[in-house]
Design a protein around this ligand. Structure first.
Ligand code: C2G
Length: 130
């Protein structure tokens, strides 16, 4: 069984996220997703529209996702790859090159982002002023 791992905030879940998860899952047979906690998003400098509890609930309901868990730091990836016996780490190509250092533990793949959809656009439409 080929085991896949990714991470993300997945705020205001949209079809770009869904397309990413579909393609990520189709690289293998089993997909784990580390969902960024609100505290980690503060570290990432990201303000979210939806709280962690809602975001991880949505991810847990996506048919392409087999396991969800909290992403609380940049550094946890190596431990997670070992813990979940991961074959492929995958993330969108907006991160191209940033995680090549994981290449000694597993394959690292950067997938093209789905164009013309983003949380930022959605929050602007929602005139999100938080
Ligand atoms: N994505 C995509 N197409 C879009 C929007 C997002 O393919 N139109 C992908 C991103 O490339 C990422 C995933 O969906 O792989 C989740 O997107 P974000 O929630 O924006 O992820 P990010 O905040 O960049 O978190 O440690 C890694 C970070 O936690 C990644």
């Amino acid at each position: 069984m080929t085991r896949i791992l990714t991470y993300g905030t997945f705020d205001t879940f949209h079809y770009g996220h869904m397309e990413f998860l579909r393609r990520a899952h189709n690289l293998g047979d089993w997909l784990a997703v580390g969902v960024s906690t609100d505290k980690f998003n503060n570290i990432k400098g990201k303000q979210t529209f939806l709280p962690y509890e809602t975001r991880i609930q949505i991810l847990s309901g996506v048919k392409y996702v087999d396991l969800t868990f909290p992403e609380t730091s940049w550094e946890q990836k190596r431990d997670d790859i070992i813990k979940y016996n991961i074959d492929i780490f995958v993330i969108g190509d907006d991160w191209r090159g940033k995680f090549d250092n994981l290449g000694d533990l597993c394959r690292v793949i950067y997938l093209p982002r789905t164009p013309d959809i983003s949380t930022t656009q959605i929050k602007n439409i929602l005139s999100f002023n938080r």
